[in-house]
Design a protein around this ligand. Structure first.
Ligand code: SF4
Ligand code: SF4
Length: 375
């Protein structure tokens, strides 16, 4: 495993971080549980393979992630860095809610301190109207002084230019977690800015929400070396960015862990020339981003039971990989088995309110389904 200086936090972070939002789960009597028999060995094995950064959040895995992560890593607590997040929605209305939410996370994770406590998914508006207006930064600094948190961080879902606004205003921020991958480089400039200001930088969605599992010839074209899996190239690309300290992956099984560890341990990542060349090829790849759905499922459950991420993923097969036959077959199969489509939409707007990518989901469903039907 490769380790990098984590901004100016004084920490060394593993190039691969564990995103604890897709741990194996099962449903029983309408309730969701994490499959501990699979998830605990997975997290412990990640630690043994050198991963030292584990990123959770209150609502990950049907709100069970924090507790499971704390339990799995209890015996090595002082050797790993735990990250979690405070949501800034209805949960935080008053200044004192910061401490309440923090204490709840500490209890769930069964720990005395959190290494990186993030303001979760903030926008400029959330910064102004929650963090600033309620004086939450002061609360964070107090918690830091008391040793309840070690570093103050934020994750971000907004227009990239607002990252600068936040970094410049919130001088005590120590690390930043943003979306960044081969298909979505919109935050690249701000990652560089954050590094220049001493913040540690972590990428989420480094392999495009799993859309990059297919093999690619692109690497061969660029380097003349044998083709590699697209996810591997995607990972190499993210880790090839010198301003990026760590790439999170929401690993679900040992295979994924092993594949990712292999890439994150590669002493010979992309050369600077290859990295740049790959960047230049982005124009060609841009069409991939026509519909940038990460598969996060925040738009679910849709009251009309439309499986939005699944339909968008089928479109990706066609649009990104040119696997049109497969996309057509999958969509046909989905409809034949009673899968709901845009014609069932009740127009509630829930999905669009929740989508971090701000996709015009209903409009896109109309467009995408038409294409899939007519392939
Ligand atoms: S607007 Fe339509 S697609 Fe979106 S959540 Fe509501 S019913 Fe589902
Ligand atoms: S919330 Fe948006 S990005 Fe996430 S799965 Fe739904 S459509 Fe895709």
């Amino acid at each position: 495993m490769l380790y990098r200086d984590f901004g100016k936090t004084g920490e060394k972070i593993s190039a691969l971080g564990f995103g604890c939002m897709r741990l194996p789960e099962f449903e029983k009597d309408g309730k969701w549980y994490i499959d501990e028999e699979k998830a605990i060995p997975l997290l412990q094995s990640a630690y043994e393979k050198g991963v030292n950064y584990f990123d959770s959040a209150v609502y990950y895995c049907h709100s069970n992630s924090e507790a499971l992560v704390g339990k799995a890593l209890k015996s090595v607590r002082d050797k790993v860095m735990l990250s979690t997040k405070i949501p800034l929605g209805g949960e935080v209305q008053e200044t004192k809610d910061y401490r309440k939410m923090l204490e709840q996370s500490l209890t769930r994770m069964d720990t005395d301190y959190i290494d990186f406590y993030h303001f979760w998914g903030i926008s400029k508006d959330a910064y102004d109207n929650k963090i600033d207006r309620l004086g939450l930064m002061k609360e964070a600094l107090k918690a830091k002084e008391e040793g309840l948190i070690r570093h103050i961080s934020f994750s971000f879902h907004d227009d990239p230019k607002n990252i600068k606004y936040i970094i410049d205003k919130a001088e005590f921020m120590e690390s930043m977690l943003v979306q960044y991958n081969l298909l979505d480089r919109s935050n690249e400039e701000m990652i560089e800015y954050a590094q220049s200001k001493g913040l540690g930088t972590v990428a989420m969605g480094p392999v495009g929400g799993g859309r990059l599992a297919a093999p690619t010839e692109l690497y061969t074209k660029l380097t003349g070396k044998p083709a590699i899996a697209t996810y591997e190239l995607a990972f190499k690309f993210v880790l090839g960015n010198p301003n990026l300290n760590c790439a999170l992956s929401g690993m679900q099984n040992m295979d994924m862990l092993e594949q990712n560890v292999k890439v994150a341990s590669d002493e010979n990542p992309l050369t600077e020339a290859e990295w740049k060349q790959l960047g230049e090829s982005m124009e060609q790849i841009k069409k991939f981003s026509d519909l940038y759905c990460t598969g996060c499922s925040y738009c679910q459950p849709c009251p009309a039971e439309i499986n939005i991420p699944k339909i968008f993923n089928m479109f990706t097969y066609h649009n990104v990989y040119g696997l049109s036959g497969h996309a057509k077959w999958e969509f046909g199969d989905y409809v034949e088995k009673g899968g709901k489509t845009i014609k069932d939409c009740q127009g509630c707007g829930f999905c669009e309110e929740k989508c971090p990518q701000k996709l015009k989901i209903r409009k896109e469903l109309v467009r995408v389904e038409k294409i899939l039907k007519n392939l």
